[in-house]
Design a protein around this ligand. Structure first.
Ligand code: H2U
Ligand code: ZN
Length: 423
């Protein structure tokens, strides 16, 4: 059968070691195993819907003897899915995304509009985040070094909800009171730093603060959203390296969707949705960007944004404070490697929104796997972004570049930051 041992199968569960041992054996397993389906016509795209209890279903072929060690087979998407319009299911949110690879088959032409990196000083007198400077409300930042956290001067949520406010009764016009807090995290005292360019120990300090803040605020709120908006394109007002925390006593929409999906999967299978998903991704390998002993960084199968990434711990971890010291160190290294590649993609300070999703506080967490999403808007160059408008706003998210192409492109980038490259 040559290199491709088995074709036109739908792999709907992670490969077991036995299945991984050879394409021929896998064929036999698939034939007699409940939960697997074979597909007659390669163009039968209607068959691509997530059957109950499965992360996703896709036609694959098994590449014999081409695994990392040259021994185990790897499952890869068959070419039709890299060429034809199809929809992919986001097992984590329950949403679908339209993928139109036939629109993006032109060869890569490199960046088109180079943008000179802004030369920033280590201290900016007019920056409201630099040490010692005056903030908009008149308060002064201390002469901090390292990571500095303060209460947002313009919080979107308030800790003491008005006690006279009751939920509006059920009906078409529903509203409810909400309590919460907002904080700003300065990652560094240096105005011209970024996570991508900070030393590993400094990134590790940010990870520790994320975990500490999450634990402390989780005592008061069900949802602690740690995030970073980076770059003007994402609406970030200030280049000083910083992130934010917004927490609230209710589950916001995205958290509620992920909670529902992960809980349903856990109840049906007794295993973690994202752990099983990670196994499938490792078996296929083609969407993995980076991996270390404790973490995976991959372009999710169901990615919406062109170069979207998902960061996943390798062992079950519910929340940031549950990460061990080695896992935190490994996360700092992974973040740095990921963000350097992002910057190298278009030789620019790559804009993104990054955020952590850990289990809601005050409830069982057995079904939940900690993860980070990174949503970057850039598509073709330092200035050409993907718009989520028109069809995306009115119907469903759509992308041209496949997740597989995006991962391959990111993997091909140098590990050294472009600003350090000798001319
Ligand atoms: P961005 O990361 O989106 O730029 O937001 C920075 C946050 O900093 C924003 O939420 C807060 C804004 O309310 N901020 C202060 O708390 N104090 C200030 O003096 C200015 C900005
Ligand atoms: Zn500053």
């Amino acid at each position: 059968m040559g290199a491709f041992a088995a074709a036109f199968l739908m792999l709907v569960s992670p490969l077991t070691p036995r299945q991984q041992s050879g394409g021929r054996q896998l064929c036999g397993c698939l034939g007699g195993r409940r939960g697997y389906h074979s597909v007659r016509a390669a163009s039968n795209l209607a068959a691509v819907r997530p059957p109950r209890g499965r992360l996703y279903a896709l036609k694959i072929q098994l590449e014999s003897g081409s695994g990392a060690a040259g021994t185990s087979p790897r499952a890869i998407l068959i070419p039709v899915f890299l060429q034809q319009p199809h929809r992919r299911y986001n097992a984590l949110s329950g949403d679908w995304v339209l993928v139109s690879p036939h629109r993006a088959q032109r060869p890569w032409q490199g960046r088109q509009e180079p943008v000179a990196p802004a030369a920033l000083a280590g201290y900016a007198p007019d920056c409201y985040l630099c040490p010692g400077n005056r903030r908009a409300n008149g308060e002064h930042n201390p002469a901090y070094s390292g990571v500095y956290v303060f209460d947002n001067d313009f919080p979107a949520l308030l800790p003491a909800a008005d006690s006279t406010m009751d939920a509006l009764p059920d009906g078409l016009l529903q509203a409810q009171p909400v309590r919460g807090e907002c904080r700003v995290i300065c990652y560094s005292a240096q105005h011209n730093q970024a996570l991508a360019t900070m030393p590993l120990s400094a990134i590790g300090a940010v990870v520790d603060v994320w975990a500490q803040q999450s634990a402390a605020l989780g005592e008061r709120y069900a949802w602690v959203q740690i995030f970073e908006n980076k770059g003007e394109l994402m609406g970030c007002s200030n280049p000083h390296p910083h992130g934010q925390i917004w927490c609230m006593d209710a589950l916001p929409n995205e958290a509620a969707k992920e909670d529902r999906q992960q809980r349903a999967y856990f109840e049906a299978h007794g295993s973690l949705l994202l752990a099983d998903y990670a196994q499938q991704e490792e078996a296929q390998a083609q969407r993995i960007l980076l991996a270390n002993e404790h973490w995976l960084a991959l372009v999710p199968f169901w990615a919406l944004w062109p170069y979207e990434l998902l960061l996943l711990p390798r062992r079950p971890v519910a929340r940031l404070p549950d990460l061990s010291a080695p896992e935190r160190t490994a996360l700092a290294a992974l973040l740095q490697q990921v963000l350097v590649r992002y910057d190298n993609l278009f030789d620019t300070a790559f804009p993104y929104s990054l955020g952590w999703h850990g289990a809601p506080f005050g409830a069982g967490a057995a079904h939940w796997q900690l993860h980070a999403h990174i949503y970057p808007p850039l598509l073709r160059s330092a200035t050409v972004k993907k718009f989520m408008v028109g069809f995306e706003l009115l119907a469903e998210a759509q992308r041209d570049l496949t997740a597989e192409q995006a991962a391959a492109r990111l993997r091909s980038l140098p590990a050294e930051h472009y600003t350090l490259r000798s001319a």
